[in-house]
Write a protein that binds this ligand. Sequence first.
Ligand code: BT5
Length: 311
Amino acid sequence: MNETRRRILEALADGPVAGPTLADSLDVSRAAVWKHVEELREAGFEIESGPGGYELVDVTEYNGPAIEYGLEAPFSVEYHETIGSTNDRARELATEGVADVVVVANEQTGSRGRLERQWTAPPGGVWASLVCRPTVPPARAPLFTLAAAVAIARAAREAGVDARIKWPNDVVVPVGDEGDYQKLAGILTEMEAETDRIAWLVVGIGVNADVDGDALPESATSIREEVGEFDRRVFVQHLLEEFDAFRDLEGVIPAWRELALTIGQRVRVDLPDGELVGDAVDVTESGALVVEVGDERRQVSAGDCEHLRPT
Ligand code: BT5
């Protein structure tokens, strides 16, 4: 965002400010202040002129400046109304060397799930890809997917949704109490790494947010379907703040366990060399699922996992 507009918003965050005071503190003319305020109004910042001066009363739009305003996490936002895939754009930025940028789109026309599966991303979703450059070994990369799942689930719960985590990369809403669910969100983490060092990591987050159920696959749900009206901007801010709080990876595993729907379920995990059926009993410190098969405990670090009804 333009530096003067950013400073105007900063000043308005603490209450009404008179135009002349703003002009003096920013060292610009009063006419310039008025022009910047008009542009902020057009960007969705509802600024009223009252006896105390300019006052910010609401933020109504969903766009880059609106998401950045009041965001308590050090991400800058690159916003697109429509884009092919936010992960593709984030990968481009990552190879250019940027960090701590989040690419956010209202709609995606070519978005991907894991293994090149299609991801449905109509307008109204939260489609976001974070570019990070963590200084941890590549073996710890799966923990960022778990951190994102915790962040999505916590932000969704704050919005009133009974969100739980399904290993490894889904946030779901339980249906009944036998492990059935509808999918609310998915995560696609991609990275470039050498043996001992991650060059960049892109954490792609897809949340069915302000989306009608009819626009989604049958087994999916959305925040709107679950709770009705909610503020998508506030939701995405919470999500980014939660992710930021967990991205040092401290405390991710306990937070994940607390929200996991998979633990305690009978599961089938599809592996490259066959399938594994057993009881999911835990997750390891590196994010692998621990499955009890008879007397044996197996650790699975990647794969598709299906919850089975208890036999
Ligand atoms: C995922 O893959 O769940 C990861 C999805 C990541 C999407 C985000 S959006 C922002 C960023 N940019 C991208 O291009 N991608 C990321 P996976 O576990 O493979 O699940 C994919 C499967 O979920 C599909 O095969 C469908 O069955 C189902 N699916 C597709 N769209 C869905 C939706 N909107 N909601 C729920 N399920 C969906």
